[in-house]
Design a protein around this ligand. Structure first.
Ligand code: ZN
Ligand code: FE
Length: 260
């Protein structure tokens, strides 16, 4: 069954998703940058908000937490090593929490921000669910605002080690623009070409491209493929003196930053 059937991306701002899980009339949300879409969903369905999970300190992920705290009695969990505008139960690698028969493990995934965390939700008879904030996007990864390329590569390696059926719940609808870049880096990847068509079709119908799943990302996301020969061959030409994994990764991240 089913908890997965109860996983909803609530659109917010221009391209954010606030992920909502609901079960037995109870709800949990991740990264509510805006309270209103969450309050609307709760009111419409009559769900009670139990938990708010926060992955990192950026306003488009925490901006709605205070209003949700005022309107509900939800508990708030967030990164131990970031400065947040609201009090949270501090979490880092190795911590866990439970909700409605689900167990959530916390992973440290620094890179986009210094204290960024991710949540992996598990329950019997369902695929794991990854809430990765702005660390991993479908076909891409977050910008390095506070971390080094080596940190981000290690964080993506940590996520890559999750089961391949893990549902990847990213916090932004960046997929099509990421894939445009991915095709430049990995032009002979036929899985990638097929996924581009699939996502173009979804967006043309106004549907989210998310959640993705890890097995797919390992096949199509250049930021999870920076050690593979095909991707290396492209990066070789753009990396003056590549000497280790992180320098190739850094060259790709820089190229993406400048790519239009
Ligand atoms: Zn962010
Ligand atoms: Fe964001």
């Amino acid at each position: 069954m089913g908890l997965l059937m109860n996983l909803i991306p609530l659109p917010a701002f221009s391209d954010n998703y606030i992920w909502l899980l609901h079960h037995n009339g109870r709800a949990l949300v991740v990264d509510p940058g805006d309270a209103q879409p969450v309050l609307d969903a709760l009111n419409q369905a009559g769900w009670v908000l139990d938990h708010i999970l926060v992955t990192h300190h950026h306003a488009d992920h925490v901006g709605g937490v205070a209003a949700l705290m005022a309107a509900t009695s939800a508990k708030v969990y967030g990164p131990a090593h970031e400065k947040l505008p609201i009090p949270v139960t501090p979490l880092s690698q190795g911590h866990s929490l439970s909700w409605q028969g689900m167990h959530f493990d916390v992973l440290d995934v620094p890179g986009h921000t210094a204290g960024h965390i991710a949540f992996v939700g598990k329950a019997p008879d369902m695929a794991p669910v990854l809430f990765c904030g702005d660390t991993l996007f479908s076909g891409g990864c977050g910008r390095l605002f506070e971390g080094t390329p080596a940190q981000m590569l290690a964080s993506l390696d940590r996520l890559s080690a999750l089961p391949t059926d893990t549902l990847v719940c990213c916090a932004h609808e960046y997929t099509l623009s990421n894939l445009k870049f991915a095709v430049e880096v990995d032009p002979d990847n036929q899985d990638l070409r097929a996924y581009v068509s699939h996502c173009q079709d979804l967006r043309a119908r106004g549907l989210p491209t998310l959640p993705s799943h890890l097995g797919l990302e390992l096949q199509i996301n250049p930021f999870l493929r920076s050690r593979l020969p095909a991707v290396r061959a492209t990066l070789q030409d753009r990396t003056p003196t590549p000497f280790d994994d992180a320098s190739y990764f850094a060259a790709m991240r820089q190229w993406k930053n400048d790519y239009r």
